[in-house]
Design a protein around this ligand. Structure first.
Ligand code: BES
Ligand code: MN
Ligand code: ZN
Length: 499
């Protein structure tokens, strides 16, 4: 990953290829903010007029590029609009991301050095700018013969408080978090032929284990011995057999035990209930929940938070074949409950059921599952907002608050009473996996998962919308895997640690 450091250096005097500054929208035209304001002075009176001539007004997401012509030491100045001057850390995170992306746009032979001079009021702002800059520099070029953009040689975040302890801690946290998000993005972006359940488990095992962390992988034989009928039932249509990955972080003095459960469908064709062609195109992203749970667990361990974490990632490939599970089949889950499968495309809840039972067996105090679970959630909340559904209102609120602080969009959905009778209405088994009346599909899915929570404090994050970004890049979000969920989960663990 790109190297990042803090520097206490004047933006006008910093020798760098590109200098990124922020501007707010004001009545007299765009106004440069914080330490970046010195850049306007260095350019002189023409500066405001030049921005105006470029049509730049400081709206959020707007970007203007100006050759410095010797006015400052940087070769190029990138001005990023933040809209409202009073925007919080997330506005800074986005501005840093958009600025670094603009700085790296194009292809020159050499790596580009970038200095970011945004208005940081405190260490929260410093962390946000560092995260935004690192994530904005993220690229996935493994499958190209040549990189599509310039690469960042190094990034310097300019701040007067570069030497302070709190700034350094903020930088370190940002690096751990951004590395986790980037790793989740890499895994989501990897084509499904190269990220089979076994390859995914191997990739997890290839990460350096932080202190006091252990990793266990169950292959298909072990899954059978352990009676994980949901994971096996979904995986049996593919010649790439399923895996269950368990990461356990046990710090010396844990204040609580958190279970992070992830849906790891490495490819979701729908199985015999085959998807449409359009629906199948992005389904390599169906392991994004597992990616988030795993990388967040690594981050929590790297930060040394006093939270015990049991991460359970259920990995399987959902394909149609002569050995695939059929609509009408009955599967027996790890806790002995039987499930009538009626739509093999509702596979996520089947693999999660076994993993939730394992979280219950681990006696976690709080269980959170993360899953690209339903298209219905995308219909309800759009493609930038995750849904949170829970059997515990305070936990649901805590997750939403953590998401807000981390700069992720999470919104609550209910699990109405009538869903309980629907999920238990199978004419042949204990539970009915799918309701042909698809209204409230995200709620039904959560009601089904709740049956496997063992009555523990449990919340479910449906990230089907924000896990994969198909539109143009914006802020620190590139095309493809977004790594959504990681920052929320790490922030929640920090909040739990702070009590
Ligand atoms: N992986 C999909 C959900 C999904 C949809 C993720 C869009 C990302 C973007 C999930 O396994 C699925 O197919 N869900 C079905 C459930 C239905 C059959 C009850 C859906 O949403 O259509
Ligand atoms: Mn599906
Ligand atoms: Zn799926």
């Amino acid at each position: 990953m790109t190297s990042l450091r803090l520097r206490d250096s004047q933006p006008t005097k910093t020798r760098t290829d590109v200098l990124v500054v922020a501007a707010a929208e004001a009545e007299q035209g765009a106004q440069l903010l914080g330490i970046g304001a010195r850049v306007a002075t260095a350019f002189g009176r023409e500066f405001a007029r030049t921005l105006g001539a470029l049509g730049f007004s400081g709206k959020q997401g707007e970007v203007a590029k100006l050759p410095s012509s010797g006015a400052v030491r940087a070769k190029l100045v990138v001005v990023v609009g933040v809209g409202d001057e009073a925007g919080g850390p997330e506005a800074l995170r986005r501005a840093a991301g958009a600025g670094v992306r603009a700085a790296l746009a194009g292809k020159t032979a050499e790596a580009v050095s970038v200095a970011v001079a945004l208005p940081c009021r405190d260490e929260r702002d410093v962390q946000a700018v560092c995260e935004g800059a690192l994530l904005g520099a993220y690229t996935f070029d493994r499958y190209r013969s040549a990189a599509a953009t310039n690469q960042a040689a190094d990034i310097a975040v300019l701040t007067d408080a570069a030497g302070s302890k709190t700034s350094k801690a903020a930088l370190e946290t940002a690096q751990v978090v951004a590395r986790a998000v980037a790793r989740a993005r890499d895994w989501v972006n990897t084509p499904p032929r190269d990220l089979t359940p076994k390859a995914f488990a191997d990739a997890v095992a290839a990460v350096d284990l932080p202190a006091r962390t252990t990793l266990t992988v169950w292959d298909e034989k072990r899954l059978a011995a352990e009676r994980c009928g949901g994971i096996l039932g979904v995986g049996q249509g593919s010649s790439n057999p399923p895996r269950l990955v368990r990461l356990h972080y046990k710090p010396r003095r844990a204040v609580t035990h958190l279970a992070l459960v992830g849906k790891g469908i490495t490819y979701d064709s729908g199985g015999l209930s085959l998807k449409t062609m359009a629906g199948a195109m992005t389904m390599k992203c169906d392991m994004a929940g597992a990616a988030a749970a795993i990388t967040a667990t690594y981050a929590i361990a790297e930060l040394g938070l006093p939270i015990e974490v049991s991460c359970l990632a259920a990995m399987a490939e959902n394909l149609p074949s002569g050995t695939a599970t059929r609509p009408g089949d009955v599967l027996t889950m790890r806790n002995g409950r039987t499930v009538e499968v009626l739509n093999t495309d509702a596979e996520g809840r089947l693999v999660l059921a076994d993993a939730l039972v394992l979280a219950d067996e681990a006696e976690a105090d709080v269980v959170i599952d993360v899953a690209t679970l339903t298209g219905a959630c995308v219909v309800a909340l759009g493609d930038r907002t995750a849904g949170v559904l829970s059997n515990d209102d305070p936990l649901r609120d805590a997750l939403q608050a953590a998401a807000r602080r981390a700069g992720e969009e999470v919104w609550p959905l209910p699990i109405p009473d009538e869903m309980k009778s629907k999920v238990t209405s199978s004419s042949i088994a204990d539970l009915r996996q799918h309701n042909p009346d698809t209204s409230g599909g995200a709620l039904y899915a959560a009601a089904f998962l709740r049956e496997f929570s063992g009555g523990r404090r449990w919340a479910h994050l449906d990230i089907a919308g924000p896990a994969f970004h198909e539109g143009d890049p914006y802020g620190y979000v590139n095309k493809g895997g977004t790594g959504v969920g990681v920052r929320t989960l790490v922030r929640l663990a920090q909040d739990l640690a702070d009590g």
